[in-house]
Write a protein that binds this ligand. Structure first.
Ligand code: GRG
Length: 293
């Protein structure tokens, strides 16, 4: 799917901000800053910061205040990928078509680069140019989404514990909503709050983010089965090899595609009240679910 023009502009704004927020490679100790920068600039799609900016744009013409919050979400996302690739977790050599962080910098530095990016994320949120009450709300919701109770780490733990075991629909839903959807939901909710949305509108954006994030992970499960490693930029077929709990494994390909389509429809339905103001966020949502590397 071709990316819309505004996506390129958002992408460039995010990259410039990431560049500003990350210490230069020359800052001592240079090794950690090199490792952090390697993964942040390894070719990610910047979905989470773009979602954050586009959610903010529904409520405010100026998405500038959301760029910094969006970068914090990209730091958390990048840390999760670095740690997920480690030998103790997924043990992967390839990410975004490049050697994984620990393959280049060693395991110790990869662990520390992940830790440092998570820490920098909260430093970044704490200093974001957003009115203080709203900034605090964003800090709390991002911490919750990255955490253990229905957040990213909780989902990752449930994912590991479900390997090679039968998992039912409720268990699978918990994993996908926590491991992946929580951070995507936090990205749009943070953007909406940064843009000054009222609580009822924040709730709509929350439901949009939850469902589009869940659909995104169902599509990711499908891609792992349907695409090659070269097309994905990471090792394909790993879910089956590791007997992971996935939608195709539980429901088959056809039903999984239908589930992804239903989740997408539910997500996009939440935006209808915003009309044209949400046109760009809608397009990013569609891209997420239609994505092909
Ligand atoms: C290790 C704390 C910890 C958590 C790991 C999110 C996660 C939990 C692991 C990462 C691997 C994985 C299966 C992630 C699911 C979400 C997903 C599909 C990530 C890929 O996101 P994209 O497509 O990646 O936005 P790019 O490369 O574009 O940034």
């Amino acid at each position: 799917m071709k990316l819309p023009d505004f996506y390129q502009a958002d992408f460039e704004a995010v990259d410039a901000e990431l560049e500003r927020l990350l210490p230069p490679e020359s800052t001592p100790p240079a090794s950690i800053h090199k490792a952090m920068r390697y993964s942040v600039f390894a070719g990610g799609k910047r979905i989470r910061p773009v979602l954050c900016m586009e959610a903010a744009r529904i409520f405010s013409p100026d998405a500038q205040s959301a760029v910094q919050a969006g970068c914090a979400l990209e730091f958390i996302h990048t840390y999760s990928l670095i740690h997920d690739d480690l030998p103790a977790l997924d043990n992967d050599d390839l990410r975004r078509g490049k050697p994984t962080n620990h393959k280049v910098f060693g395991e110790a530095m990869a662990i520390l680069a992940g830790d440092a990016l998570l820490t920098l994320a909260f430093q970044t949120l704490a200093s974001a140019p957003i009115e203080s009450e709203r900034r605090l709300k964003i800090l709390a919701l991002v911490a919750e989404a990255a955490g253990t109770d229905r957040g990213m780490i909780g989902g990752q733990v449930a994912d590991i514990e479900a390997e090679r075991k039968p998992v039912d629909g409720a268990g699978l839903e918990y994993i996908h909503r926590s491991k992946t959807a929580a951070l995507i939901r936090a990205s749009v909710v943070a953007g909406a709050i940064a843009g000054g949305a009222e609580p009822a509108d924040v709730a709509r954006i929350h439901t949009f983010g939850e469902h589009i994030g869940w659909a995104f992970q169902v599509v990711d499960d499908l891609l792992d089965v349907e695409e090659s490693s070269a097309a994905l930029g990471k090792t394909a077929g790993k879910d089956q090899a590791q007997q992971k709990a996935t939608y195709p494994a539980l429901y088959g390909l056809e039903k999984s595609r239908a589930i992804a389509a239903d989740l997408e429809a539910k997500a996009l339905g939440e935006l209808s009240l915003f009309g044209e103001r949400a046109a760009q966020l809608r397009q990013v949502g569609e891209f997420l679910v239609a994505r092909r590397s």
